[in-house]
Design a protein around this ligand. Structure first.
Ligand code: PMP
Length: 329
């Protein structure tokens, strides 16, 4: 679908996958007006196909567009485009029963040609799809994380809440630093004090206080300060936790809280969440000052209960009591 200044959205087309041809002076290549989304289509037990909360992706896409001075695509158009592609590629949606899905990647770029920093006056919105296997084919495996103090992902007033390519480019060196330290993932801290936990490389974080067997667990996730991405999985888990009889809250967690509460046994589990892996347990933490194991380093009980509950809704194994599945028939 194209957008042109003075004309709005026009010329929606469903075409075979093919390379794009771009002018070397295409404005996106120089000034990075680019935003994207990620969501999954699953096949239910009756063979029908549904996407998970596409309106939430559509709303976040509008917010990202606003921050990058791009035109806002109507929610209905975003969903209709995803639906049209899934209908076309329905045979690629994996069978019901596992965690496999058809991953959708909607994105928008500027198409105006010209050098000079200003919002472009022509854009292109595209959705592509790719089958995605189970994230953990051999069973859920905890990740090790590196608390990044040398780099920041986003600053107050910046673009942290937007899903734009530049944020990911900014994260590559920190991710390489995490790998050098022997860790799987980077955890971002706030830009000003380097102490408040924000999110993981491509996932939000949750802290589990209490345990499933002894006391009512409370799951706490860093509040949306504007410099982290408002994950749709994060938002869904605030509700799923309550379905399971846990409490959920948004708050501020510092690296000192994280270490101290792990050591005194009140913080029992930590996990990351996002569309790709749904939930990934955090098994160990490393930072410049200290290293520790999270719990006993294995996936926690609360973490795994939440993972199953949300995945069951997404894959159609459990009833969709919140109206989150968008059915395509
Ligand atoms: N934070 C970042 C930086 C991400 O890239 C993602 C993945 N979109 C998330 C969090 C999780 O968001 P969601 O649950 O919507 O996939």
């Amino acid at each position: 679908i194209k957008w042109t200044e003075g004309r709005g959205w026009h010329d929606a087309q469903l075409v075979p996958y093919a390379p794009l041809s771009l002018d070397p002076a295409n404005m996106t290549l120089h000034y990075a007006q680019e935003i994207f989304e990620g969501l999954k289509a699953y096949r239910g037990p009756d063979g029908s196909v549904a996407t998970f909360r596409p309106e939430a992706n559509a709303e976040r896409f509008r917010k990202s567009a606003r921050r990058l001075a791009m035109p806002e695509l109507p929610v209905e158009t975003f969903i209709a485009a995803c639906d049209a592609l899934v209908q076309q590629d329905k045979a690629w949606v994996p069978a019901h029963g596992g965690e496999a899905s058809l991953y959708l990647r909607p994105f928008m770029i500027a198409t105006e040609v010209g050098l000079g920093v200003k919002p472009a006056n022509e854009y292109l919105f595209i959705v592509i799809a790719s089958p995605a296997g189970a994230y953990f084919p051999g069973g859920v495996k905890p990740v090790s994380v590196w608390l990044s103090e040398n780099y920041v992902r986003a600053v107050p007033g910046g673009m942290g809440f937007a899903k734009t390519g530049g944020n990911y480019a900014a994260s590559l060196l920190a991710q390489a630093e995490a790998a050098e330290k022997g860790c799987d993932q980077v955890v971002w801290l706030d830009a000003l004090e380097h102490k408040w936990v924000e999110e993981m490389g491509g996932m939000n974080l949750y802290f589990v206080y209490g345990s499933a067997s002894n006391e009512k667990p409370v799951i706490v996730t860093p509040e949306l300060t504007g410099s982290l991405l408002a994950g749709i999985t994060r938002d869904s888990l605030l509700t799923v936790a309550k379905d399971l009889g846990f409490e959920s809250a948004e708050g501020r967690i510092s690296t000192e809280d994280w270490k101290r509460d792990t050591e005194n046994g009140t913080l029992t589990e930590v996990f990351a969440c996002g569309t790709a892996a749904v939930i990934t347990p955090v098994g160990s933490v490393k930072s410049a000052g200290a290293d520790w194991t999270q719990g006993d380093g294995t996936p926690g009980e609360v973490t795994m209960k939440l993972r199953k509950a949300l995945l069951d809704i997404q894959t159609g194994a459990a009833e969709d009591t919140h109206g989150w599945m968008h059915r395509l028939g």
